[in-house]
Design a protein around this ligand. Structure first.
Ligand SMILES: [Cu+2]
Length: 483
């Protein structure tokens, strides 16, 4: 009942009660999942229809009361959306977390596409304080395609604090969580937590013998729509089998290859933003990224959509099945380890609506560094949340380029809040790439992004590997409004 919600400081002027009752209600709370046959207490973000997340109709505002019933402070970030900075859901001093039992209101014009929401408070994201945020376009409503959302997670029965402590207390010779089959003496570079990958490094600037690190955490399960592949969600496709698959990597520290099996998909959007169509059936999906894939399902069959963890055999996924088609049991492990997620798809992407060509007014260079032992990750030599980190200052109206240079042996999925950027160079080679909000910067590689500074305020720029962010890899992009 909206009338019983205490009125608290909100990010907009006090709303009239009749306006409040029309708002969508999103509840941050707790729930219990069954994972590997055991109960797991996790967070959740439950929307107005009783299901995780929010789906908006074309033209509908993001007009939401976020009710915190999680018994702990929280703040939720609308990943990839472009609200005013005070509604972005990052815990700046001016926008503190929502106390337990309180409500905060949001009201902004959303952009259409596949988005998601997650806590930016502590490590609540690892405990599944995450959900889809789908904004339908007018075209979505006219096209006869069944919408299927597939959201991925990594899951541990240990608390995020325990997981982080296991990483930061590891000194390279000892580990709180040894990997079975790992020989620490073989793994001097990366500490005992890193699964080394020594396969083909492709176009990456890595010398022979260098080993990149994958998968900081040894997870207990990987979830697709909250379920494992031992008991996957089976989605019955409609006759004709035309599907728009909205893939969301909501994992905290895991990157996946999406394997469509015998099906072929057409990628039509990345991070919510349309791209020129690209066909494929094995698609890399870095942390926090999304893919919209059109798939036409042959009739009478059942088709697993599998997500395999990079560097591992572990899989999760869902099944698309024609009405009445039998669904066979799926193996939770592939035959061999998947390679590292890479830029093979990124290099093929072209924005459907690129930035208007214009040289940057300002170019910032950002250096990423860090290692598994001691476990710490920096941005321009600084470690968030040190309050003295140096913001990247820009000015309202500028075309800004940021060259992100990775000096570490791990890939970093870099996310800029409040802006859609275009990928304009990889390893210094120009391209007219995708417009998106999260881009993977491979080990020893570089990616340049460009955007228009049209949303003044305080914005986080960070690695979306939760444990990298929590140990330092975050900075601020800041600019005042022109008045
Ligand atoms: Cu990182």
């Amino acid at each position: 009942m909206a009338g019983t919600i205490p009125l608290l400081p909100t990010t907009r002027a006090a709303a009239a009660p009749e306006t409040r009752t029309a708002k969508l209600r999103l509840t941050a709370g707790t729930r219990t999942l069954a994972v590997n046959g055991k109960p797991a207490r996790v967070f959740g973000l439950i929307g107005p229809n009783g299901k995780p997340g929010i789906t908006l109709s074309p033209g509908e505002r993001f007009d939401v009361d976020l009710v915190n019933q999680a018994d702990t402070p929280t703040i939720i970030h609308w990943h990839g959306q472009l609200p005013p900075w005070r509604e972005d859901g990052f815990p700046w001093p001016q926008t503190p977390p929502i106390p337990a039992g309180n409500t905060r209101s949001y009201d902004y014009a959303p952009i259409a596409g596949t988005y998601w929401m997650h806590s930016h408070q502590g490590m609540q994201e690892q405990s599944l304080m995450t959900a889809p945020l789908i904004v339908r376009s007018a075209e979505d409503m006219h096209v006869d395609r069944q919408e299927v959302v597939l959201m991925l997670h990594d899951f541990s029965f240990r608390t995020p604090d325990e997981l982080l402590a296991g990483l930061t207390k590891s000194n390279g010779s000892q580990s709180a969580m040894p990997k079975s089959g790992m020989d620490n003496s073989m793994n001097m570079d990366s500490g005992s937590m890193g699964a080394m990958y020594s396969g083909t490094m492709g176009a990456m600037n890595m010398e022979p013998g260098m080993a990149m690190d994958l998968n900081d955490i040894d997870y207990d399960a990987f979830l697709a729509n909250d379920r494992t592949l031992a008991d996957p969600e089976v989605i019955r496709t409609e006759p004709g089998g035309r599907v728009r698959l909205r893939l969301i990597n909501g994992a905290s520290s895991t990157q996946f290859w999406i394997d469509l099996g015998t099906l072929t998909g057409t990628v039509v959007a990345v991070d919510g933003h349309p791209v020129r169509p690209v066909r494929g059936n094995l698609l890399p999906l870095a942390i926090a990224q999304r893919l919209d894939v059109l798939i036409d399902i042959p009739e009478n069959g059942s088709y697993p959509i599998v997500a395999q963890v990079e560097g591992k055999r572990a899989c999760t996924g869902i099944v698309l099945a024609a009405p009445g088609a039998p669904v066979s049991r799926l193996s939770p492990e592939a035959g061999e380890n998947a390679p590292p997620v890479d830029l093979s798809l990124e290099r093929r992407l072209e924005a459907a609506t690129p930035l208007t060509p214009r040289p940057p007014d300002l170019t910032h260079r950002v250096m990423l560094a860090g290692a598994m032992a001691p476990y710490a990750w920096s941005l321009n030599g600084e470690y968030w949340p040190n309050p003295n980190i140096t913001p990247l200052m820009i000015a309202h109206g500028q075309r800004v380029a940021i060259e992100i240079v990775n000096h570490s042996m791990m890939a970093h999925p870099m996310h800029l809040h409040g802006h859609a950027f275009q990928v304009v160079a990889i390893d210094g080679a120009p391209l007219a790439g995708a417009v998106r909000d999260t881009v993977l910067v491979p080990p020893m590689g570089s990616v340049t992004i460009a955007f228009d500074a049209d949303n003044p305020g305080r914005w986080a720029l960070h690695c979306h590997n939760l444990y990298h962010m929590m140990t330092g890899m975050l900075t601020e992009v800041r600019y005042p409004a022109i008045i």
